[in-house]
Ligand binder design. Structure first.
Ligand SMILES: [Zn+2]
Length: 107
């Protein structure tokens, strides 16, 4: 077992766990309910830990977490050249006039 990720926010940690689960990597959260063996790092510093079950998953898991959580895919917003409407980066077409995103980003 190896520690793959640590965060003080349980929501973030669980989303990391879910992402790993989607990639068939088993993991579990440590320190979720109690601090084992007393305050190892002090009460204020109870970082939650995400551990993977199989060590051979480590590099794959690290890659996934790095890609998904530490460097979320940048979805650059774009401005429609036809109607000048700003669009979210996840849209391929202007939500207003349905023009295709030509890739030109004025913003
Ligand atoms: Zn438009």
């Amino acid at each position: 077992m190896k520690q793959i990720y640590t965060h003080d926010n349980i929501v973030v940690l669980h989303s990391a766990k879910n992402i790993l689960a989607l990639n068939d990597i088993e993991s579990f959260v440590k320190n979720e309910h109690t601090i084992p063996n007393g305050a190892r790092h002090g009460i204020e510093n109870t970082f939650l830990e995400l551990w993977i079950i199989n060590d051979q998953d480590f590099s794959k898991a690290a890659e996934i977490i790095e890609g998904q959580l530490n460097n979320p895919e940048p979805t650059a917003s774009w401005t429609c050249i036809k109607c000048d409407e700003p669009n979210d980066g996840s849209f391929d077409f202007c939500w207003k006039c349905q023009s295709e995103n030509t890739g030109s980003q004025k913003s």
